[in-house]
Design a protein around this ligand. Sequence first.
Ligand code: DX5
Ligand code: ZN
Length: 232
Amino acid sequence: MAKDFLIAPSILSANFARLGEEVSNVIASGADWIHFDVMDNHYVPNLTIGPLVCEALRPVTDAVIDVHLMVKPVDRIVPDFAKAGANLISFHPEASEHIDRTLGLIKDSGCQAGLVFNPATPLDHMDHVMDKLDLVLIMSVNPGFGGQKFIPEALNKLRIARAKIDAYEQKTGRRIRLEIDGGANVSNIAEIARAGADTFVAGSAVFGAAKDTDPNRYNSIIASLRSELAKV
Ligand code: DX5
Ligand code: ZN
């Protein structure tokens, strides 16, 4: 049976002048989630999009909007994203004073919750909050920009996170997704899946792959990513 892999294109690399169209095209091309990168020019050295854009995109698709918060502080903005239609909200433990409280806030606002681990951040922060986690996101680049090179050490970290998640799932029966973010593409996605990821963010690999004018522009890149995953 085919494994339950999800592809989550990051709209950070989409054409921002035609964002709604990009979202509907990439989902029509077979992508599963929309990865929504929120940067504040404080926690990370770049500035992107906020709840207003999430709200504007919500009617465009039924797909899960996977909000990746690269902001500090975290808590103030969580209810705004929940109201804007986010399905899943994840944040970096370094950006929250009280990680368990922030996870609770996300759940109470009706969203699924995730923790994001930077390349040098150890996984310890997930150990005592597993019951509140729906997603663990391993960064395979330093956060802030699309189009960076995959950091191979992320593969070791994925294996460790996979073991923790599998042990938890065996004990509780509850699923936690393991997502990779940064530098994923057709040539490394199978290796990333073998290391334990089940959910794959891809920004430049997807949105850089096609000409703006073709309505089916993402079919072939999504199909290539899936055919690599089918080998796993
Ligand atoms: C980086 C973002 C990523 C990024 C991925 O801070 O969190 O989601 O857009 O882009 P690629 O796939 O181009 O590395
Ligand atoms: Zn991201």
